[in-house]
Design a protein around this ligand. Structure first.
Ligand SMILES: *[C@@H]1O[C@H](CO)[C@@H](O)[C@H](O)[C@H]1NC(C)=O
Ligand SMILES: *[C@@H]1O[C@H](CO)[C@@H](O)[C@H](O)[C@H]1NC(C)=O
Length: 368
């Protein structure tokens, strides 16, 4: 006779535990963060892949808390890590990291993969990397896993309320259009035509992100591609920014900002925020001293002129103080430069962030 009562008491207690444990942590959790794109934001996915585009050996990570390489293309933290700090959360795990499971899924995830671009034929030389279409499929699979954990309604809330960062475009020029003097894309398109083509494909990618539930998406174009140590070493004769990649940057970035404005207009909401990486990078290059850098031309780790040739390895030159260099390797900023970039994302004017900066976004979204 007593057994149904005991059973229902146990059931009641079990239900109460479920209700409490699903409500409490989410009420306190910071908003989720999702990252898509290339090596500027990859935090270790490529470690799990058979590719040459990797940052898993020293001196990468030399200033990371563990002082070990992690797959980040930086001496220390990268841009997503520093955004996570601002959100008050731990860094997102790479999607391919097996530790991304259970409650950790609720922090968000990083789907980025070094070497990829807007186009599928970008980065073919790196073999096995996660192209953007695949990153978006992984985002969908991620949502299915979260749904199994907290249910579909809460999952939609988590994704709609999440912050998204997407960084694409640099490799479509560096590792595609400009990769060889007679690349297929160069034979097919003039530079302005190619830039317009990239923008039309980027637009489709952003719409797909929207369909998958993203509602606050920071979108970056490219930094000043002609001024990075790699371009100075291989395409410039006098240390001036190389002309053709600079022209690409100057075509692509304003078109990207325009495309984002028209997309927001169409959606009737400021879903997409243009991050003007070209302006941020140009600031370092025109006045490195103002940011505490001794140079923005020479990479900390590398070889050849401007330490801009080849890749950063154990055998490369290595600067003793990474805080006084804007570039860590021939393409990627130091942690110090990444911190300045995120500061601009947080508080920058319309010159840097369009239509608004991250501190405004965070203040607005916390009221909803
Ligand atoms: C890239 O590849 C994906 C998957 O194969 C495909 O769905 C997509 O349409 C391709 N994109 C372009 C621009 O060809
Ligand atoms: C950016 O953030 C600051 C606050 O740090 C604010 O005063 C400023 O108006 C913002 N600018 C824009 C364009 O949203």
């Amino acid at each position: 006779m007593s057994s149904p009562t005991v059973f229902s008491t146990i059931l009641f207690v079990a239900l109460a535990v479920v209700v409490l444990s699903t409500n409490t942590p989410q009420a306190e959790a910071a908003r989720a963060f999702f990252v898509f794109g290339d090596s500027l934001v990859d935090n270790g996915n490529n470690n799990y892949l058979l590719t040459t585009a990797r940052a898993d050996s020293p001196p990468y990570g030399i200033d990371y808390p563990t002082h070990r390489p992690t797959g980040r293309f930086s001496n220390g933290l990268n841009i997503p890590d520093i955004i996570s700090e601002q959100l008050g959360s731990e860094s997102t795990l790479p999607y391919l990291n097996p530790e991304l499971d259970g409650q950790k899924l609720l922090v968000g995830a990083n789907f980025a993969s070094a070497g990829i671009g807007i186009l599928n034929d970008t980065g073919v030389q790196f073999a096995n990397i996660i192209r953007i279409g695949q990153q978006l499929e992984f985002f969908q699979r991620y949502q299915e896993r979260v749904s199994a954990l907290i249910g579909p309604a809460e999952t939609q809330r988590l994704v709609n309320g999440g912050l998204v960062l997407i960084v694409l475009g640099g490799n479509d020029f560096v590792n595609n259009y400009f990769f060889t003097p007679y690349s297929a894309r160069r034979l097919q398109y003039s530079l302005p035509e190619f830039s317009r083509y990239l923008i039309s494909e980027y637009r489709k990618i952003l719409m797909r992100l929207y369909e998958l539930g993203a509602r606050r998406v920071m979108v970056t174009g490219t930094g000043p591609l002609g001024c990075v140590p790699s371009s100075l070493a291989s395409r410039s004769t006098n240390g001036q920014c190389a002309e053709e990649p600079q022209r690409a940057t100057e075509l692509f970035n304003p078109e990207l900002i325009q495309m984002i404005q028209s997309l927001n207009q169409e959606l009737g909401s400021d879903v997409f925020i243009a991050v003007n990486a070209m302006q941020m990078g140009t600031d370092f290059i025109s006045n490195p001293q103002a940011f505490g850098f001794v140079t923005s031309k020479v990479a900390c780790c590398g070889q050849g002129p401007y330490n801009g040739l080849g890749v950063c390895t154990r055998a490369s030159n290595l600067c003793p103080d990474r805080n006084v260099y804007a570039f860590w390797d021939p393409f990627h900023p130091t942690e110090k430069a990444n911190r300045i970039i995120v500061q601009q994302m947080m508080t920058g004017s319309n010159r840097y962030m369009n239509p608004m900066n991250l501190s405004t976004i965070m203040a607005m979204d916390s009221m909803n």
